[in-house]
Design a protein around this ligand. Structure first.
Ligand code: ADP
Ligand code: ASP
Ligand code: MG
Length: 417
């Protein structure tokens, strides 16, 4: 079986969905499972709904109606007959969402978040599945929450591999065209969970692993993995073939074209990953597989914005060594700060972190009891893999460098723009 993942950009409007259909006509659709994300920026729009909900804002209803109208327009563009079943199916999902919002009693933000944002994927796959059936491409709509089981860490759930493996091997129809949602799972009590923002690539890898798939293809609005984000750096070049190792490094440092969790399950079973353009589906794109990096040895540039540079120094001039460091890391883990760079000296310790869950103030109060804490907000972390002198000069030019770290293959700088 092949696993195809289509992200938000590929299904952002009716033409996008028609294009996905034509991609399948070109590359085949037998024995294939499609993992599809929410349409366009729907997850962001639903995040706004959640914000209004918790702030008890008067804009709650209008933000919800915006999401509804956006999908309704896509339906009207795809289907001439407004009596088509898909209109009822989508309406019924929105009715469920509105019911949840009206009746929810849980004050747990992360729980509510997952119950609400999941409608993005549920609605998008409902529309795509009906449209394909309507256009003659018979397919099987699957609710991923019956297959991917996780713990109850809402917004960042951990997969229960054993249960997931059992359910997927038993329940996914082979030979057919299956359509399911990215990003979602469910916990022991069958409440919806999510795997972390941009997690649909990871969903594709989970299915591939459990089905021993022949390959995974993630279809993007770029020709493949490039040596830099073409939206940020001019003259980015396509990397034709890279190893799992190179891909995991690039993704970890922040090349958002592949979600970092995607690579590990694929690498374990040596399932090749293709990153291809949904605009030019017959071009080869990038292949990620075991072995040598045939390309590139060209420098690769990655930027992660919205980082927090935190420096801790001991109050009494004592060294920051093993014991302190492990305590500090336990706190970062507890407060879900994702660490992207570490540097330490005898009495000080600096990290660049991402505060995805808005926990820094709480953490700062705890750290301040033991350390002098200084920090810079909104800094950028630039990473150059396979750096050389020119590459380093180009990235540093015109920026205030707060911290720099160089290892054999990688140079990283934290800058204030
Ligand atoms: P999806 O629609 O699957 O969610 P994303 O928008 O998350 O797709 O990922 C595709 C985007 O990743 C591209 O539009 C591009 O701007 C960005 N990107 C970041 N780093 C790279 C890179 N090294 N190569 C290609 N694209 C990159
Ligand atoms: N829709 C989710 C998000 O925007 C998951 C994904 O697109 O991968 O984060
Ligand atoms: Mg995305």
């Amino acid at each position: 079986m092949r696993i195809f993942k289509f992200g938000g950009a590929s299904v952002k409007d009716a033409d996008g969905i028609k294009n996905v259909f034509s991609v399948l006509e070109k590359v085949g659709h037998e024995d294939t499972l499609l993992v599809i994300s929410a349409m366009g920026k729907t997850t962001n729009a639903l995040e706004l709904v959640i914000k209004h909900y918790f702030e008890k804002s008067g804009e709650l209803n209008s933000s919800l109606q915006d999401v509804r109208k956006y999908h309704n327009q896509i339906l009207l563009d795809l289907f001439d007959d407004e009596e088509h079943d898909v209109f009822y199916a989508v309406n019924s999902h929105f009715a469920d969402l509105e019911y949840f919002i009206r009746s929810n009693k849980s004050p747990n933000y992360n729980f509510v978040y997952d119950q609400v944002v999941s409608f993005g994927e549920i609605v998008s796959t409902t529309i795509v599945s009906h449209y394909f059936n309507h256009a003659g491409l018979k397919n099987n709509w699957i609710d991923v929450r019956n297959f991917i089981k996780t713990d109850a860490t809402y917004r960042d759930a951990e997969v229960n591999w054993e249960k997931t493996q059992q359910l997927i091997s038993k329940g996914v129809k082979k030979k057919a065209l299956n359509i399911t949602q990215g990003f979602l799972g469910s916990d022991e009590n069958n409440f919806t969970t999510t795997l972390g923002r941009e997690g649909s690539d990871y969903t594709a890898a989970i299915f591939a692993y459990c089905l021993n798939a022949e390959s995974v293809t993630i279809w993007k609005d770029v020709p493949g993995v490039m040596n830099a984000d073409p939206r940020v750096f001019e003259n980015a070049i396509l990397l034709n073939q890279i190893s799992y190792r190179e891909a995991i490094e690039l993704a970890f440092y922040g090349a958002t074209v592949i979600h970092p969790k995607t690579l590990q399950p694929l690498q374990k079973k040596e399932i090749p990953l293709h990153v291809k353009s949904f605009i030019n589906p017959l071009l080869p794109g990038t292949s990620v597989s075991k072995g040598k990096d045939l390309e590139p040895q060209a420098p690769c540039y990655i930027v992660k914005r919205d980082q927090l540079l935190i420096s801790l120094s001991s109050i009494d001039f004592s060294f920051i060594m093993e014991e302190n460091i492990s305590e500090i890391f336990a706190l970062f883990h507890q407060y879900k700060m994702k660490v992207s760079l570490i540097q330490n000296s005898a009495i000080s310790f600096s990290v660049s972190v991402e505060d995805k869950f808005g926990n820094f103030n709480e953490l700062k109060a705890i750290l301040s009891k033991k350390f002098k804490v200084s920090y810079n907000e909104n800094v950028s972390l630039y990473t150059i893999r396979h750096f050389n002198k020119e590459a380093a000069e180009m990235v540093e030019k015109g920026k205030t460098v707060l911290l720099k770290q160089i290892s054999r293959e990688t140079m990283q700088i934290v800058t204030k723009e």
